[in-house]
Design a protein around this ligand. Sequence first.
Ligand code: FAD
Length: 402
Amino acid sequence: MDLKYSEEYEAYRAELRAFLAANWPPKGAGAELSFREQAAVFRQHAIDAGYVARGIPKQYGGSERAADVLKARIIAEEFRRAKAPGEVRGIGASMLVPTLIEKGAEWQKERFVPPTIRGEMVWCQGYSEPGSGSDLASLQTRAELVGDEWVINGHKVWTSGADQADFMFCLCRTEPEAKKHGGISYLLIDMKSPGIEVRPLRQMTGTADFCEVFFSDVRTPKDHIVGKRGEGWIVSRSTLKHERDMIGSAESSLLTFRNLVRLAQSTQRGGRPAIEDPAIRQELAEIEGYVRSHVYSGYRQLTAASKGGSAGIASMLNKLTSSNIGHRISRLALELVGDAGLCSPNGDPIMSVNPRGESGWVTQYMWSLGIAIAGGTANIQRNIIAERGLGLPRERAAQESR
Ligand SMILES: Cc1cc2nc3c(=O)[nH]c(=O)nc-3n(C[C@H](O)[C@H](O)[C@H](O)COP(=O)(O)OP(=O)(O)OC[C@H]3O[C@@H](n4cnc5c(N)ncnc54)[C@H](O)[C@@H]3O)c2cc1C
């Protein structure tokens, strides 16, 4: 494990700092624009300078730079320090774009990638259904080819941001006779199409971040399929070997942990600061142990990737570890705020690493339960670690469905 950056990378960092100081926040005429407009102008400069959309070819609106995990890391650190808008966040840029670049048709890349990485086209992910979550390949939403169009009927659920999205990338059953994983196709659907009904679902946080989506004879053109017919399962699993910020989640765990320590310093327990209570100190020390090992595991993965290697099983632990840590931190925080933990959540966004006040910690706690489910539950992560990481036998149901 090598924790230092070489001179070459420190020089790169200095160049980047100078770029950020000159361009963010915008000065002169740009200062009058709204934040969204400022972000769009700045993002285009950052793409031109090679700091944003680095893995995306120029013809699709990216900056097309050679993959370099250390540069990616430095960019993430410096953009965060300068509070500058970096990569467009969200499902479209992080999931659909890499999938299209690897498996999409040329016209699909040209039409969908540029507006998505500029943040102008918003996507939602139509995978889960009422009866198909962990066992996703059992999905029942049907798409039938009629003339030059797919006609879609069915029901998706937990679709994050469906009420705000322009398009959905959706898994549909197109070959009902084929074996479970073989009969699925990956379709792109305009969310304004007639026959789509979106019903937001209100959560315990008070906000409605995901929705149910109903399809009644919804039509999408025949060529809005990514990959071949019946190969949607493989398409949905594909990812590019992109530069990845592999210790991002560990850093947000560290930031949330520091907020927890501040909370323990500022709340009273038995007439003294809670941090002086041996039981609380013990719990804080235990959590810090997990946070530090998560951070160092991230460094290990980064070092392996920078040498062209793979961190193997360590990289399979990231999601499970960060959701476990997030849950323990917010559970202890709720204990510290005492009766104030009964107040209403403030509905702050999911990724908040800086909960404000007691209601912020209530929201953080509630979200920690959802994060353990989103994108594959904790149990499913454990199965993956056991089967693919440790080579244990596959569970019977999974063997039989293949
Ligand atoms: C915040 C959030 C955002 C989401 N956003 C989206 C989205 O944008 N698009 C989308 O398509 N979906 C989305 N989802 C849905 C998410 O992918 C599913 O909730 C998840 O895959 C689990 O499926 P399920 O809810 O049907 O639970 P189930 O699969 O029914 O699981 C129920 C319980 O059984 C356990 N279990 C199931 N199978 C096994 C097994 N084989 N071994 C051991 N334990 C098992 C699970 O761990 C869980 O504890 C989101 C969910 C959340 C919480």
